[in-house]
Write a protein that binds this ligand. Structure first.
Ligand code: HEM
Length: 504
């Protein structure tokens, strides 16, 4: 440990100032517009600290007990905020009053080391430019075809052979890890036309980068959980503990992204690729550093979201043979109608016909949303639709994980995995994005939603029709959620794969 005695004394000194300022200050007693006492979600610091490791379940319980599923949050260091699971408030902050709820400085400061000025971490003009440039690319038919083609190649040449080999040798696989590798290869190919081959060979390539990316995301999101909000800055300044590790992981991630940028800038003169990165490179005002931030944001968007959704989907399915049966029946019907056999590529139109599969994946994300909590800042004092007063510079988070578990939104069976709730006359219906903000809503709505469903449905269909999975969690316990920037499973999802007998 390279901590000098000067650093240690400085650390203790700064910590003492913090403790003095924040613990001895009187607590504020706010009221809503109607004069009700605010429901103190994290009114006392010990409460928060006690439940920090199970934040999602605990805060869900608190929100379901609040009359408008909304609570006010006070923490040391002048951190005040609102957490909500109320669709009207979600609509207010994400759409009707969008300009008043940017990401804001707190979000930017905590994530800037990892995400820089990438699309996830910017507001105003910097965000608008990236959104506009990326939107062109996401709306093209050529992107859709490219995604279809790459998903197929990754499935046929990498994922399926790995599962076949694991089934034949009785090897235990971590499905979460495999899906992250799949998604990572896929997003790099689609966005930057680079194939990192993480799922190539025996599916263990690129381990250092994958681990560094994962740890950088987890430690960055951990900065939101400090009891004393700027403690991370002190640790960062002194290069201590988690901040020291974070610095190292970020350096590895930057090195990977820098290599992509360097290669692409060198090729620029010769090639004229029409992928996402080339659209940003075409603007000569974009610095190499800004391009790197863009690359990292897209890796985050593409790698951790679909893999999270599918990991929870496969786990939920493992205890619901009835749902699996209905999915297999749907696939069989589509194959029969289109004269296909198992293993042949599904076209875009055939994927669209998979209504029950679409419903089952959407239902898995309702209960386990890949982005479980999303936070904005309040620019000017405001009154929320339920009458809660929110102050300038407060944060406001909508809690998608809790929203999937609110009786007020989904009824008494809200905690049940029930794909049927999405089906109306055989068609998977669209839900209001304010009731189901899994892909966000309003002007900053997810750009990759369609691409994500293509990928998730292709993987689920191809895997399920050929393989069964036995989940190997101790005593049949559910996976422990790991709250990073996305919702992952602590320790992964170990499974034993069995090949289905296919009658020709
Ligand atoms: C199941 C899969 C996915 C889910 C649940 C999901 C969810 C979300 C959410 C909640 C946001 C808002 C985040 C924020 O406030 O900053 C978002 C934004 C975004 N997503 Fe996705 N996403 C998924 C897949 C993808 C994929 C595959 C891509 C493709 C690269 C993608 C690209 C983006 C982009 C570019 C934004 C930023 C939009 C903006 O700030 O204007 N997403 N997504």
């Amino acid at each position: 440990m390279e901590l000098t005695s000067f650093q240690a004394i400085l650390f203790i000194f700064l910590l003492s100032i913090y403790l003095y300022i924040f613990f001895l200050r009187p607590k504020s007693k706010k009221t809503t517009a109607h004069g009700f006492r605010i429901y103190p979600l994290v009114g006392t610091l010990p409460d928060f600290l006690r439940n920090r490791h199970r934040f999602l379940d605990w805060s869900t319980g608190v929100l379901s007990g609040c009359p408008t599923n909304t609570a006010v949050f006070h923490r040391p260091g002048k951190v005040h905020g609102v957490i909500t699971a109320n669709p009207q408030i979600v609509e207010h902050m994400l759409k009707s009053n969008f300009e008043n709820y940017p990401k804001g400085p707190r979000f930017r400061i905590l994530l800037t080391d990892f995400l820089g000025k990438g699309i996830f971490n910017t507001d105003g003009e910097l965000w608008r430019i990236q959104r506009k440039t990326a939107s062109y690319e996401f709306n093209t038919k050529s992107l859709r075809n490219f995604v279809m083609e790459n998903v197929y190649v990754e499935l046929q040449t990498r994922l399926i052979p790995i599962l076949e080999s694991a089934a034949r040798t009785d090897r235990v696989l971590d499905v979460q890890d495999i899906l992250e590798r799949f998604a990572f290869d896929n997003i790099c190919k689609v966005a930057f036309n680079v194939d990192p081959g993480c799922l190539g060979g025996d599916g263990t390539a690129g381990a250092e980068f994958m681990q560094a990316f994962e740890d950088a995301a987890t430690l960055s999101s951990g900065r939101f959980m400090y009891a004393l909000p700027s403690l991370f800055a002190i640790k960062k300044f002194l290069n201590l503990g988690s901040e020291k590790k974070l610095r190292k992981y970020i350096a590895t991630v930057h090195e990977f992204a820098d290599k992509i940028i360097r290669t692409r800038l060198e090729e620029k003169a010769e090639k004229k690729d029409e992928d996402l990165l080339s659209r940003f490179i075409a603007n000569s005002e974009n610095s190499a550093e800004f391009l790197r931030d863009i690359v990292i944001s897209f890796i985050l968007a593409g790698r951790d979201t679909t893999s999270s959704a599918l990991s929870w989907f496969f786990w939920l399915l493992s205890s619901r043979p009835d749902v699996e049966e209905r999915i297999l029946k749907e696939l069989e019907n589509i194959r029969r109608q289109n004269g296909k056999s198992i293993g042949e590529i599904y076209s875009f139109d055939e994927l669209r016909e998979m209504h029950y599969l679409h419903a089952a994946i959407s239902e898995a994300m309702r209960l386990y949303p890949p982005v479980p909590v999303d936070t904005k800042a309040c620019k000017e004092n405001d009154i929320l639709p339920d009458g809660t007063v929110i102050g300038k510079d407060w944060f406001i988070s909508y809690h998608t994980f809790a929203m999937g578990r609110m009786e007020s939104i989904w009824g008494e069976d809200c905690c049940e995995f029930k794909p049927e709730r999405w089906i109306e006359n055989g068609i998977c219906k669209q839900e209001s994005p304010f009731k189901y903000p899994v892909f966000h809503a309003g002007p900053r709505m997810c750009l990759g939603k369609d691409m994500a469903y293509i990928q998730m449905k292709s993987i689920a269909a191809s895997v399920l029709e050929r393989f069964g999975m036995d989940v190997l969690l101790e005593n049949g316990n559910p996976p422990e959620p790991l709250l990073s920037l996305t919702l992952r499973m602590k320790g992964g999802l170990p499974v034993r794969v069995k090949e289905r007998i296919i009658w020709a």
